[in-house]
Design a protein around this ligand. Structure first.
Ligand code: PMP
Ligand code: GLN
Length: 382
């Protein structure tokens, strides 16, 4: 492994899912739903394969139907007008979108400011590009970004801000005031902004505010999202990048050499998914809201300090009140044996693992009976 990548072994999600499989524990670690997305969408993929649509290399930027559906979705939910021909790129999930965007925009030595705790592929993506990551640490309670600190972190080497709202793993959702100030700083310092919006439809408090919609931001923002979370189809790996033709074309240049194109038949099916009526998106959010409340209330009863998320399908907790120490990593490694549940230690999302030491993340994108059983097991902990 090249030295610049020495820190990146197996991802924590693969490690914790392997632990769950090995011990038969309930997996509230890796964020994937235990119920597959809409049947009509799954059928659409089968139909595309049978009918010979997408079985051979689809167009590099994605099939026109999907690019049009992404543009229509951005308009329907966020009022953003995009030219599907030049301002939308289909990727192999948000993960490829993030890596390709960083490789396209960051020169070795450039600084990239990102919220810490970071989703794991951000640090790796910045390292792949030879960039230098600069954390803007979100601190408990609340995990609000300190925007005076953000202003102080910007230097002449700062190339871009890599932002995520709703934020994994804290569940923080940017407010209008925060987004306005971030946009003001980006314009004032002529920075690019990359926004990871994969949880755009999972906001329980406040609203999702795409940074691309703020004054001066359209030309400098790359927006990223994915079908994995919104349609509970994480295995399909269909994501997308939207933004100005110049930025999207830069990302497309890199994508050509990473994967060339993304899986064809799934693109036809995701185009149908994006056209589902508003009721689908509302029901999906309300279902996850109930699950959030079920798990958060249960965790609080079990003795955890709970940081109830405003968005995403993750909840960050503090284990200190349980009286079992404050080392979240040790806690998570022992948890499957101790009570048959898997969770993820937030320490892995920080440069300085001590910063997130007592914090542990649970995923609630699971059936209610599974969440109830997990809570019953966790209540026997203390
Ligand atoms: N960004 C965030 C914040 C995530 O939580 C995830 C996990 N799904 C991804 C990106 C990756 O998305 P995908 O599975 O579409 O590659
Ligand atoms: N996004 C998911 C999570 O945060 C996991 C995706 C992955 O395993 N790369 O748990």
């Amino acid at each position: 492994l090249a030295p610049r990548l020495a820190a990146f072994g197996t991802t924590v999600f693969a490690e914790m899912s392997a632990l769950a499989a090995r011990t038969g524990a309930i997996n509230l670690g890796q964020g994937f739903p235990d119920t597959d997305g809409p049947e009509e969408v799954r059928e659409a993929a089968v139909r595309a394969i049978r009918e010979g649509r997408g079985n051979q290399y689809p167009p590099g930027p994605g099939i026109p139907e999907l690019r049009e559906a992404v543009a229509a979705h951005q308009h329907r939910f966020h009022g953003i007008t995009l030219d599907p021909g030049t301002e939308v790129l289909v990727t192999a999930g948000a993960t490829e979108a993030i890596a390709a965007t960083l490789l396209a925009l960051v020169e070795p030595g450039d600084e990239v400011i990102a919220f810490e705790p970071y989703y794991d592929s951000y640090a790796a993506g910045i390292a792949l590009a030879g960039g230098h990551r600069v954390p803007l640490t979100l601190r408990a309670p609340g995990f609000r970004p300190d925007l005076d600190r953000l202003a102080a972190l910007i230097t002449p080497r700062t190339r871009l801000l890599l932002l995520n709202s709703p934020h994994n793993p804290t569940g923080m959702v940017l407010t209008r005031e925060e987004a306005t100030e971030i946009a003001r700083l980006a314009v004032a310092h002529d920075l690019l902004v990359v926004t990871d919006e994969v949880y755009e439809h999972l906001v329980y408090e406040g609203e999702h505010l795409p940074l691309a919609t703020f004054p001066g931001m359209r030309e400098r923002t790359v927006s990223i999202s994915s079908s994995g979370k919104t349609f509970s189809l994480t295995g399909w790996k269909v994501g997308w990048v939207t933004g100005s033709a110049a930025l999207v074309s830069a990302v497309r240049t890199v994508k050509q050499y990473l994967t060339f194109v993304s899986a064809g038949p799934f693109q036809y099916a995701v185009a149908e998914a994006l056209r589902l009526p508003d009721a689908y998106f509302d029901d999906f959010r309300e279902d996850l809201r109930r699950k959030r409340d079920l798990l958060c209330d249960g965790l609080a009863e079990a003795g955890f300090a709970v940081h109830r998320p405003q968005g995403t399908y993750f909840v960050t907790t503090d284990i200190t009140p349980l009286g079992l120490g404050d080392d979240g990593t040790k806690f998570c490694l022992a948890l499957p044996e101790r009570c048959g549940v898997v969770a993820v230690p937030n320490a892995v999302f920080y440069d300085d693992p001590d910063a997130g030491r007592p914090l542990v993340r649970f995923a609630f994108c699971k059936r209610e009976d599974v969440l109830r059983e997990a809570v019953d097991r966790l209540k026997r902990l203390a």
